[in-house]
Design a protein around this ligand. Structure first.
Ligand code: SAH
Length: 491
């Protein structure tokens, strides 16, 4: 059967892609359907036909899946941020665990029976909404010329107004409404990506969940070097309203005059309060269902620094990494891709010495400040590429680590880092990953050459989305026999 664009069909959704699209099949020919949930019987309209598969749009759910739930956000389909909000949270967790497992099988070449032995249950959230400590809203104008904050519709530049994202904190709405009415009252324009004209581009809001401190940063398309720290018309009026919000600690502007989709400008000026906010991350007891231990580390976060966006799950992820690292006090540890030193400082309180490396200079400045603030002295940070610094410190300075922790961006570890770990033959490697496909690729390399997986645990840092983190413990292989279990390619 040859299918045609715009054709209406009825399909049962029997599976899902890693991007959260439903998969329905007719005589073995697959249709990928956004917003369809596994278990749905659905009417779809064919949108694009390829040789071996086609895409369809969900027209109508004929019989809803038992995993379908009421969505909190009326915009979830158009926004695209919460790809699987219509699926029950239980089923989301199962989806993420399978995603990690399937990548380890398909890309990593690990046997399913072996993974069943080493995979620990996924770490989910009790309350999977309002978990984001950071929100970044684009600002635009609606058809009537009123300023709006919201999200970009599909692949367009038009903004759909929504100040109440169900993943964000409740203060976001209040802050955005203050900024929008200030813009209206003072006839301040929003930036227009198409023309490069207009003033306010984005609003960044961050909140420290433990400290309650809030930061607002307005990204503006402005000339640099205004006098007396005045960057906005009627600036005091805006500051007056924003500073009344409970917890408000820092108000700043970031200058971005570039015609680019990079949101933040390089320059940030504080116009009220402090330059950064503080937050505390507590160590949790992994063995006792992540119960609080009372031991915490304080971090200072500035508008430009990277900080995990889900603080509740971050505590669990870092505590898991710490427990996998198995540190007793004698170990030298490397933390590659260390950001503002979050994991490094967690490790340092138990280790003999920790070395961290990170490419962003401001992040390393934060890391050093954070170490000093917490009176942690047995840690040293380096700015640069992990793939250059880590091999160099090993080859030239003879720094050998007992444990190596890596937490790379989505593209995974550089080959030079993996080669150095293999040469160094550290006792343990803890791999924290935000992309299980590149994780699987790297584990295949490490396990072909001396390491074996001891434990794998998926951590749901991003409920309602298809993204997930995973933490893996690798140990130097004990026997040749076990090697055969892990390097066989199964698919
Ligand atoms: N462990 C930190 C940061 C993890 S995100 C945390 O949990 O907060 C990954 C980090 O890797 C980012 O801070 C990014 O700036 C950094 N990075 C990206 N490429 C890098 C490279 N080649 N060398 C070192 N760091 C890099």
């Amino acid at each position: 059967m040859v299918y045609e664009k715009n054709q209406l069909l009825t399909v049962e959704i029997i599976d899902m892609t890693t991007d959260g699209e439903g998969i329905g099949k007719i005589d073995g020919y697959p249709f990928f359907v956004k917003d369809a949930i596994i278990g749905d019987k659905a009417q779809i309209r064919v949108t694009r036909v390829k040789k071996n598969y086609a895409y369809g749009r969900l027209e109508k759910v004929l019989t809803p899946s038992s995993f379908r739930v009421e969505t909190k956000c009326p915009f979830h389909k158009r926004c695209g941020g919460c790809q699987i909000q219509a699926m029950s949270y239980e089923r989301q967790l199962q989806f993420k665990e399978s995603k990690v497992k399937n990548n380890l099988i398909r890309i990593g070449g690990f046997a399913p029976e072996f993974l069943d032995k080493v995979m620990e249950p996924i770490v989910g959230m009790g309350e999977p909404f309002h978990y984001r400590n950071k929100a970044l809203y684009p600002i635009g104008m609606d058809k009537e010329g009123n300023p709006v904050a919201g999200f970009y519709a599909g692949r367009t530049h038009s903004i759909i107004a929504n100040t109440d994202c169900s993943l964000g904190v409740k203060e976001n709405k209040e802050i955005l409404e203050i900024i929008l009415s200030y813009m209206k009252e003072n006839h301040i324009s929003a930036y227009d990506e198409a023309t490069g004209k207009g003033f306010i581009r984005h609003v960044l809001i961050r909140k420290g969940f433990q400290s309650g401190e809030i930061m607002v940063c307005l990204v503006i398309n402005s000339k640099i070097g205004k006098k007396n720290s005045t960057f906005l018309p009627n600036q005091d009026r805006l500051i007056g309203s924003l500073s009344n919000i409970k917890g408000m600690t820092s108000i700043s502007v970031s200058i971005n005059r570039e015609r680019t989709n990079v949101v933040m400008g390089k320059e940030v000026h504080t116009i009220w309060g402090k330059d950064s906010i503080k937050d505390i991350i507590y160590v949790r007891n992994v063995e006792n269902n992540f119960a609080a231990t009372g031991r915490g580390i304080t971090f200072s976060i500035s508008p430009l620094s990277f900080y995990q966006i889900n603080p509740v799950q971050t505590e669990k992820l870092y505590s898991l990494a710490l427990s996998y690292a198995g540190i007793t006090g004698k170990e030298v540890v490397w933390d590659l891709y260390c950001g503002i030193g979050t994991i490094s400082l967690f490790l340092a309180s138990n280790a003999k010495q920790v070395y961290g490396v990170e490419i962003v200079p401001q992040a390393i400045e934060d890391a050093k400040r954070n170490a000093a603030y917490n009176d942690i002295e047995n840690v040293q940070f380096f700015v640069g590429n992990a793939e250059e610094i880590f091999p160099e410190k090993y080859e030239k300075d003879g720094i050998r680590a007992d444990v190596v922790v890596v937490d790379p961006p989505r593209k995974g570890c550089d080959k030079a880092c993996l080669d150095t770990v293999l040469k160094m033959a550290s006792e343990r490697i803890v791999y924290v990953s935000c992309d299980s496909a590149t994780l699987a690729r790297d584990l295949r390399i490490l396990c072909a050459d001396g390491y074996e997986i001891e434990k794998v645990r998926t951590v749901d840092m991003f409920p309602m989305t298809v993204h997930t983190e995973a933490c893996v413990l690798l140990a130097k292989r004990k026997s040749i026999k076990e090697k055969s279990l892990v390097v066989e390619r199964v698919v």
